[in-house]
Design a protein. Structure first.
Length: 256
């Protein structure tokens, strides 16, 4: 039996997305990062990247559907989205050739940067005069990182935080930009063989788990101190990132 269709594996994958969805329901972000970091404990990094696409696409389609203004999002972020899509598609063709260990290290670095930036990052402010340049720069970085790891939230989050958006604007923008990025990523991973038929069933389990977790997280949002919960999640990311980096260094015999 393929490990991805094993019932125990499917339940564990669903459980991962319940937690990832719960975090997203409370703080609005973190589903792809949480899921990918935890999935690599269960399956290989390349399998985790394939599984992660469908839950990421469906949950952010729902998030985009609930946005205040679709046209305004397109007007505000078309530069970021356009550059990101191009680099996502290009970089996705190189992911399979890197191998699981290098992918694991890249994911670890992404998780660590995400956690450290949110815990200790400087609160930069973006000058609206240079917004177009920042969109091109951060959109390109998001595309490269996303194509290689299936997670492009780090540069995207940094850019959106710099814009000093209101919470609802931030949630709407992340839903739009992550949704748009899923399409070139799917095409690239399918073409290079990362996205296989075997990933569909665990991805569906992930979708079900993500929506269940999101529902409970959104319901608990007002009963949990968001700032404290956010910090605890980021500390968890730090531990996961360090563990993944340590495992990769062991695989290359750099710590023996």
């Amino acid at each position: 039996m393929n490990v991805l269709s094993d019932p125990a594996t499917l339940w564990m994958i669903a459980g991962v997305y319940v937690l990832a969805g719960f975090i997203k329901g409370i703080i609005g972000i973190g589903l792809p990062t949480t899921a990918l970091a935890l999935l690599t404990i269960i399956v290989t990094p390349l399998e985790a990247m394939a599984i992660n696409i469908l839950p990421m696409m469906v949950t952010n389609l729902y998030q985009f559907y609930r946005a205040d203004s679709y046209r305004q999002l397109v007007r505000d972020y078309w530069r970021f989205a356009s550059v990101m899509v191009v680099f996502l598609l290009i970089a996705s063709f190189y992911a399979a050739g890197l191998g699981n260990d290098i992918i694991r290290m890249l994911i670890a670095i992404s998780v660590l940067i995400f956690a450290l930036n949110n815990l200790f990052g400087m609160q930069w402010r973006l000058n609206p005069q240079y917004d177009g340049r920042w969109q091109a720069l951060m959109g390109g970085l998001s595309g490269i990182l996303g194509g290689l790891t299936s997670v492009w939230g780090v540069p995207m989050t940094i850019y959106l935080v710099m814009k000093q958006l209101k919470p609802k604007q931030f949630v709407d923008a992340t839903g739009f930009l992550i949704l748009v990025g899923c399409f070139p990523l799917t095409a690239g991973y399918f073409q290079t063989g990362i996205l296989k038929q075997e990933a569909f069933l665990p991805a569906c389990a992930g979708v079900a788990g993500a929506f269940a977790g999101f529902y409970f997280g959104a319901s608990a949002r007002h009963r949990i101190a968001p700032a404290l919960f956010h910090k605890l999640v980021l500390v968890m990311f730090l531990v996961m990132g360090l563990k993944m980096g340590y495992d990769t260094l062991l695989a290359y015999n750099l710590l023996s």
